[in-house]
Design a protein around this ligand. Structure first.
Ligand code: FAD
Ligand code: NAP
Length: 338
């Protein structure tokens, strides 16, 4: 089950060529335990891997990559609510479309996000004003140190904006094996993002009678028009999180740049990092094998299949430039390995 010296290029959407010293494809809990026992005996670091759409490989991984491939999709109706439980290895977008096919609302704004279900809680995936936590019920995870299974409620997960306990206190301690979501009969479309509004206007769709399928179709069309498909142009989605800044800096920036794109979050302001990068002149720039996507400056691309160092080098240059021009710190969203 465990292979040595495996090429990770097909397993990361940035298509970075790097190797794993050891690689295990696990399809059930017994295989996962076996893989963990192998890593424990050899004292290897572990990298749990789903679709590889939110990682940057900066070199060869010296430990054990555990590719979560455990299937399973169960849909249970309980009165007004429907509980959907899926194995970590299931594809996220297919799960969204399976719920839309059943006429269930709640996940449609999250259509076409790449990756697998096991990774969705790690950064509380979100798009178009909806986050995983809005439908999250619970998850099961294996505690690496003890081998025990733990159940996490929504509050245990400490979800935040593209954040969870698994990026903080519990980082590297658990392998998520399944996730349960709760969808309700009562449904209201969430379509206030300008790109969705524009789509409905252009298609002459009356947004008062929307169905989950119509919203999913809008999200898919808008994403396809703007975001690069990793199969065609390797990328890891948004390379930086949208920075949340305090009111003083916001007012200063707004005065200097009246068309600044920002959204109020409590007493603070979320800036569109893509707007900053675009205005700083980076959109569409190519630097060796890597570059900045021409239709969305927040997405770094790797069309020339460059090494991780090329991607991180470009990211550092952009972050330094944004800091110099706007006084704003950009924090990368994907996780870097090793
Ligand atoms: P991976 O990249 O394989 O892993 C990501 C992290 O989670 C790693 O640290 C990994 O070790 C850990 N991990 C993975 N599986 C497990 C597990 N079972 N147990 C424990 N840890 C695990 N994200 C959004 O939030 N919203 C978007 O709209 C969005 N759009 C994107 C568009 C594109 C074109 C791309 C390429 C990416 C986009 N992303 C988006 C980022 C990414 O798709 C999500 O973060 C997704 O959830 C990552 O899933 P994955 O299976 O590929 O995770
Ligand atoms: P967009 O619609 O052009 O919007 C630009 C930015 O403005 C987004 O980052 C978004 O923040 C924010 N925004 C827009 N309307 C808003 C509103 N009504 N209220 C609050 N914030 C608003 O963005 P895009 O790049 O095309 O992406 C569309 C959606 O998909 C976004 O939600 C984005 O986060 C998500 N996405 C994520 C990734 C990733 O890898 N993480 C990749 C592609 C797309 P938010 O980002 O907070 O929503």
């Amino acid at each position: 089950m465990i292979q040595a010296d495996v090429d990770l290029q097909p397993y990361n959407t940035l298509a970075i060529a790097a190797r794993a010293a050891h690689f295990a494809q696990v399809e059930n809990l017994d295989q996962l335990r076996e893989a963990l026992e192998f890593a424990r005996r050899k004292k290897l670091p572990i990298l749990p891997l789903g679709g590889g759409s939110n990682i940057v490989l900066t070199g060869n991984f010296p430990g054990l990559v555990i590719h979560l491939d455990n299937p399973g999709l169960e849909v249970r109706e309980q009165g007004e609510r429907t509980l959907v439980t899926a194995g970590a290895g299931e594809n996220w977008h297919q799960l969204v479309m399976a719920t839309v096919d059943r006429g269930l609302g709640g996940l449609e704004n999250l259509a076409l996000i790449p990756g697998r279900i096991g990774a969705a809680p790690i950064q509380n995936i979100g798009a178009y004003g909806v986050e995983l936590r809005d439908s999250f019920s619970s998850l099961e995870a294996l505690h690496i140190a003890t081998g025990e299974m733990h159940s996490f409620s929504a509050s245990d997960c400490e979800f935040g904006y593209r954040d969870s306990v698994f990026k903080g206190r519990a980082r590297d301690q658990y392998i998520i094996t399944s996730v349960s979501l709760e969808l309700h009969g009562e449904w209201h479309p969430r379509v206030d993002y300008p790109a969705l509004q524009q789509y409905f206007r252009e298609q002459q769709i009356d947004s008062s009678g929307l169905t989950p399928r119509a919203v999913a179709e809008a999200v898919i069309a808008v994403r396809n028009s703007k975001l690069p498909d990793p199969a065609q142009i390797p990328n890891a989605g948004s390379f930086f999180k949208n920075p949340i800044i305090d009111g003083d800096l916001y007012r200063e920036l707004k005065k200097a740049h009246p068309d600044l794109v920002a959204y109020e979050v409590g007493e603070r302001w979320k800036l569109a990092a893509g707007w900053l990068i675009d205005r700083a002149g980076w959109r569409g720039k190519r630097q060796g094998a890597v570059g900045v996507h021409e239709r969305q400056a927040l997405v770094l691309v790797n069309p020339g299949h460059g090494a991780g160092a090329e991607v991180t080098g470009l990211a550092q240059e952009i972050a330094a430039d944004i800091h110099a021009k706007y006084g704003v710190e950009l924090e990368p969203e994907p996780r870097f390995y090793p």
